[in-house]
Structures are given as C-alpha cells and as structure tokens.
Design a protein around this ligand. Structure first.
Ligand code: NAD
Ligand code: ZN
Length: 248
C-alpha cells in the first residue's frame, strides 16, 4: 500500500468534519460515461439551454429525446465500491456527507443519506409551472412509446423537465448554501472523479482548502486544483477509496 493512501487514511481517521466531493468519474466504473470522454453526450448532441427549453416546444422535444437516451445508462447502473465506501464512511460517522455534481442518484442507492446534489437529480422530473415532482421512469417510458413530451398530471399542461440543472439555470440555492457551510467547516475534503473545472461546483473544494481543510484529490487525469492539493492520488476512484478504507 502506498504511503499516500496510508496518510489519507490517517487524516480521515482524525478528521472531525470530513466531506467527500464527487464528480462524474466516480460513476464511470458503474458504466455511466463522464461528459468529457469520446462519444459522450457533449460530442453527440446540441445543448438545450434553459431559456430555450422554456419557450420552445421543439427544444423540449429535443431535450426529452436526449434525456431518454441517457436514461438507459442510468437505469441499468448500480453503485460501485467507490459509492459504497463513501456510504459506509457516512454511516460510521467518518464523513459528514457527500457533495456531488452527479445526477445519477447512485450515492443514495448505495446508502448515503446526506447527499447535496448540486446539479439536481435525473431520477425525478418537475413541473416548471406548478412545481409538482414526479418519478422519472413512467415519464421516460411515455416519451419512448409516444415520442411526445409528457405534460404535468397535476396542473394539466405544465412543462415537465428533469430535476437537473440545465445550462443557463441557477444551482439550487439551499443546497449550495449548505455545501458552502460544510466546506467552510471542513477539516478534510476528498474530491473523487471530478476534473474540478466546472464552476461554481469546483469552487467548493477550493473554499474548503482556503478555510483550512486538507484537500485530497483522487482522479486519473489532471484537475483544476492539483496545485492546491495536500495529496494527489492518480488512479481509479473505486480502487483508491477501497484502499483508503482498508488502511483505516
Ligand atoms: P468531468 O467529466 O469534468 O470529470 C470527470 C473526471 O473523472 C475526469 O477528469 C476523468 O479523468 C476522471 N475519471 C473518469 N473516470 C474515472 C475513474 N474511473 N477513476 C478516476 N478518475 C476518473 O466530470 P465533472 O467534473 O463531474 O463535471 C461534469 C458535469 O457533468 C457535472 O456537472 C455533472 O453534473 C455532469 N455529469 C454527471 C454524470 C453522472 O451523474 N454520473 C455523468 C456525466 C456528466
Ligand atoms: Zn404542473
């Protein structure tokens, strides 16, 4: 076992307010591609911006078409050892919770309770007109079968959108506020599988570091905060988390 892993395990065992921060890289080992890999969503589709979604039926159709395809990968995915290790650390009181940029819901499925979803969740839809929330599966199924964008069953014809944050849409304010608080109070932040370039989310580990926390980065490629890190672990998210756990 590397001395880096042992040191991170020591920091975690001594931490009073540790936080885990995750990005798309923790879920690639569950079969969900990250955005930046070849053939990923960004290279294949045009972006539907939030204002366009609101005003254009054609844009809503394009959006539902893209999201329905992405849903296939989410629906088939299960949590991996990385998600499971983080859930175990929360249950045993080693970490306060997890702040995630992911929309796949795998942290909750693996047993994590306090999950701050900065970019929302693809497991639900909500109505832009009356705020009602719905489980995503039947709506995606409806789109698949009819090729028609589903309408809100509560208010009759409200515009339904996945409960994720689109380009041009604000991050959920209360969630972001809690995340800022966790990071200001943290003494250790472990960032897992994020390129740490998407703002404002990537600013959170940076805030923690500036507020006095140790910063550990687990990622197989360079990140935007490598120069600030107290420890860089270059490799698989799942293997690294399991190794830290084994060293505790
Ligand atoms: P990103 O795509 O910018 O970065 C992912 C990073 O993880 C990359 O640097 C990559 O090298 C690394 N990585 C991938 N697989 C890895 C592995 N198995 N082990 C170690 N490192 C690995 O992701 P991001 O920073 O989270 O930002 C992209 C945005 O895309 C996020 O805002 C998120 O909302 C969204 N997104 C979410 C999902 C999901 O929910 N699973 C999937 C794709 C995109
Ligand atoms: Zn409605």
């Amino acid at each position: 076992m590397s001395s880096g892993i042992k040191l991170v395990a020591l920091w975690l065992s001594k931490a009073k307010s540790a936080v885990v921060f995750t990005g798309a890289g923790i879920s690639t080992e569950s079969g969900i591609p990250d955005f930046r890999s070849p053939g990923g969503v960004w290279t294949k589709y045009r972006t539907v911006y939030f204002d366009e979604f609101c005003r254009s039926a054609e844009a809503r159709h394009e959006y539902w078409n893209q999201k329905t395809e992405a849903h296939t990968a989410f629906a088939a995915a299960s949590p991996n050892i990385g998600h499971q290790t983080i859930a175990k650390w929360e249950q045993s009181g080693r970490v306060r919770g997890v702040i995630t940029q992911n929309i796949d819901g795998l942290h909750q499925i693996s047993g994590s309770k306090d999950v701050l979803e900065l970019h929302g969740t693809a497991r639900e839809a909500y109505c832009l007109d009356c705020d009602a929330r719905f489980s995503i599966d039947p709506l995606v199924e409806h789109f698949r079968q009819t090729n028609e964008v589903p309408l809100c069953a509560d208010c009759g014809e409200g515009r339904l959108k996945h409960a994720t944050v689109s380009f041009g849409q604000m991050l959920p304010e209360k969630t972001l506020e809690r995340a800022y608080q966790w990071c200001q109070e943290a003494d250790l932040v472990i960032s897992v599988g994020s390129s740490l370039v998407v703002h404002p989310a990537a600013g959170l580990p940076e805030l923690a570091k500036r507020s006095g926390a140790k910063l550990v980065i687990i990622n197989r490629d360079e990140t935007g905060l490598d120069s600030m890190a107290d420890m860089l672990i270059d490799g698989s998210c799942g293997e690294a988390l399991a190794a830290i756990d084994a060293a505790l």
